[in-house]
Write a new protein. Structure first.
Length: 189
């Protein structure tokens, strides 16, 4: 029989690596994304309740027209008939953002990813739960700038705006050389 000293015994840190606690930036995503998602979902319900079957409503002197458009494709009328592909892409984006969250150390990236996440989930809800059916649902769009029927600019919703704003912020962060982990691109060279 051998004697074991306390130095020979495994410690909790040797055998169990506790998962890292979420960063403050990850918490920012956890707070911002649901707020933006809620705004998108509520706005779609209000639009459906007040605009379905109605003529376009002119607001702000014609700056915007409110009307319901059920979009089977992506932004700007692309990928019509490819709803299931768009659904899978959006799911991949959501999974990717959730995977990156624990590594977030940049506030700008956290806000950008929050906006993209909220927009992707908002449109996924439509694709899963709206007619004509799961993975084929049409996204509810209702904001038509400058003219009705998307004559000047495509009709969109808050989720679309959120994705675009988040994407622009992420591109700006990348152009400034800031990575999601808080490092600077110049520091890595």
């Amino acid at each position: 029989m051998t004697e074991e000293t306390s130095a020979d015994l495994p410690t909790a840190t040797d055998t169990d690596q506790a998962p890292p606690l979420p960063t403050r930036r990850a918490w920012l995503v956890v707070i911002v994304a649901p707020v933006v998602l809620a705004a998108d979902l509520v706005s779609k319900q209000l639009a459906l309740g007040g605009l379905e079957g109605e003529q376009p409503v002119r607001v702000l002197g014609g700056l915007f027209y409110l009307q319901i458009v059920r979009n089977p494709g992506a932004a700007f009328g692309m990928a019509t008939g490819m709803t299931w592909v768009l659904t899978l892409i959006a799911l991949a984006v959501v999974v990717g953002i959730i995977w990156v969250m624990p590594k977030l150390r940049s506030t700008g990236w956290a806000i950008g990813l929050s906006l993209v996440l909220a927009g992707a989930v908002g449109n996924l809800v439509d694709r899963f739960f709206r007619a004509p059916g799961a993975l084929h649902g049409h996204v509810v769009d209702f904001l038509s700038p400058f003219a009705p029927n998307g004559d000047v600019f495509p009709v969109f919703n808050l989720a679309d705006s959120s994705i675009v704003c988040g994407g622009v912020l992420i591109v700006l962060m990348a152009l400034m050389g800031r990575d999601y982990d808080g490092s600077r691109t110049a520091d890595k060279k």
